[in-house]
Write a protein that binds this ligand. Structure first.
Ligand code: NAD
Length: 500
């Protein structure tokens, strides 16, 4: 779909842009291990052009009736649903996740679009009649203007879709700065928006690295920033955008624990640990990376997880495989380095994913599912976000010890408890210091009508993604107090207005 085969262009003012002499970065096909294309990296001129076209598009978009905006959202929603497989193929080619997983990512993004299609409801204000004699008050929610969305590599379609449906529905003009590792999904969605009838300039794609991010964070015409990525960059984005007077929500990294109580169904728990640990090669912010087994179940649970790993097929996501490659060779090497760290720190490597046989090209960025037991909690394998197919097991003596471990961590994105005891599950919800909790559900990503966000170092800012909080983030409130003239209320009174 893109204008030229060799570069992934920006999308500015409703058309592809490849600036003369642009800096570029390679985009890999991770299953083949080759450079598939090159992405343009924005400099100052492109940042200025992107913001200027968004700024120019904003007044007319904001002024369009809710009904007309809603019709465009519905068209986008229908096109996306009908052409999910096209987008999934783009995601798989650049990210590597298997096609069914890529289609699942699009489906989870569609949920957020569905919710945004109800914009007339979500943007409703409030009205109080007669707050004082002859006085009424109403509130409205208005768009902010130009807003930026900066997204990570692991969900090139879903994460931008956590934000742009509400932002656009509310009347803002959006600039998406996708990950430079898999930039094409955003470009495809830009073309889809145009097909759906969105005016040019309301949806812009600006590719780039730190230069583009800093340009957006510092630009006086960018009013708000939604960021998703690793914790150090999230913290940086939060501080820089705040210092520049912007509204900001910055979602960071994670280390999600799954607590398995002795009464749990161990087959269900083992299935869940494998699905949530190795789906998308562990490159999910809601992946389970630590299984906390409450004794005496650890030996049996580890054995059942290992059995299931033996049945997983790793290979090219375009073939019938369970798990694809990692995003880059560099990331694969970093992740596999943690297996050496595990051995050095005295952990037991139950399944070693290095050197695994794959159904794919020999140069692909492969690392098989890896299971590490008896992981010391002082080891970097336990404390670092690895973001790959390395699942740790930590053994504890009690529920209390397990919860204390989870609460001691720096992240608070997701967690899960596996048990058949309703009372224990209820207590867990009260005790655990984590933003998203699953009860016998390993990846508790909230549906589109709720909001997504973690605690502690997993979210900087006070507003979460999508759902009602998404609409609040992308709007500002006005409150209007009205009294229609009545000659009996005239006269001079310098006192502070009181309601009677
Ligand atoms: P990343 O932090 O490297 O990159 C995220 C974005 O920041 C990209 O657009 C990138 O271009 C930009 N960026 C990178 N370095 C920068 C710098 N020095 N200055 C300014 N901008 C910079 O993250 P990633 O590797 O693309 O994605 C994986 C990370 O994202 C993991 O830590 C994962 O947990 C996290 N993540 C979190 C959530 C969540 O909801 N909390 C969801 C998805 C991913």
């Amino acid at each position: 779909m893109s204008a030229t085969p060799s570069y992934v262009p920006h999308w500015i003012a409703g058309k592809p842009e490849i600036p003369e002499g642009t800096r570029t970065a390679p985009v890999y096909d991770p299953a083949l291990g080759v450079v598939a294309t090159w992405v343009c990296l924005a400099g100052n001129a492109e940042i200025e052009a992107a913001v200027a076209s968004a700024k120019a598009a904003f007044p007319a978009w904001r002024a369009l009736s809710l009904a007309r905006r809603q019709a465009i959202l519905f068209r986008f929603r229908e096109l996306l649903a009908a052409r999910t497989s096209e987008l999934a193929a783009i995601i798989t080619a650049e990210h590597g996740k298997v096609l069914s997983d890529a289609a699942g990512e699009v489906a989870r993004g569609l949920e957020v679009v569905d919710y945004a299609c109800g914009l007339a409801e979500h943007l409703k204000g409030e009205f109080s009649q007669g707050v004082s004699t002859g006085v009424d008050v109403h509130s409205v929610r208005e768009p902010l203007g130009v807003v930026a969305i900066i997204s990570p590599f692991n969900f090139p379609a879903m994460v931008p879709m956590w934000f742009f449906p509400a932002a656009i529905a509310a009347g803002n003009a959006v600039i998406v700065k996708p990950s430079e590792k898999d930039p094409s999904a955003s470009l495809w969605m830009a073309e889809l928006w145009q097909e759906a009838g969105l005016p040019d300039g309301v949806f812009t794609v600006l590719h780039g690295d730190k230069v583009a991010v800093d340009g957006l964070l510092e630009h006086p015409d960018v009013r708000a920033v939604s960021f998703v990525g690793s914790t150090p960059i999230a913290e940086y984005v939060y501080r820089t955008a705040s210092a520049n007077g912007k509204r900001v929500q910055a979602l960071g990294g994670a280390k999600n624990h799954m607590l398995v109580l002795p009464d749990a169904d161990l087959d269900l728990a083992a299935d869940a640990a494998v699905n949530a640990g190795f789906g998308s090669a562990g490159e999910r912010c809601m992946a389970i990376s630590v299984v906390v087994a409450v004794e005496p179940v650890a030996d049996e649970l580890v054995s059942r997880i290992a059995q299931r790993i033996a049945g997983l097929k790793v290979g090219d996501g375009r073939r019938a495989c369970d798990m694809g490659p990692l995003i880059t060779a560099q990331h694969r090497d970093k992740v596999s380095g943690y297996i050496d760290v595990a051995l050095a720190d005295g952990a037991t490597v139950v399944v070693d994913g290095r050197g695994i046989e794959v159904d794919g090209a020999s140069d692909g960025f492969w690392l098989g599912p890896t299971l590490v037991d008896h992981v010391p909690t002082g080891s970097a394998v336990y404390t670092d976000e690895i973001f790959g197919p390395v699942l740790s097991v930590v053994r504890v003596a009690s529920y209390e010890e397990g919860v204390a471990l989870i609460n001691a961590g720096r992240y608070g994105n997701g967690t899960a408890i596996f048990t058949n005891d309703g009372g224990a599950a209820r207590q867990f919800q009260l005790d655990v210091q984590v933003g998203m909790i699953g009860v016998n559900v390993p990846i508790p990503v909230p549906v589109g009508s709720f909001s997504f966000g973690g605690w502690k170092d997993s979210l900087f800012g006070d507003t979460r993604a999508y759902g009602a909080e998404g609409f609040r983030f992308f709007t500002q409130q006005k409150v209007v107090t009205t009294r229609w003239l009545d000659p009996s209320h005239g006269g001079i009174n310098l006192g502070f207005p009181q309601n009677h």
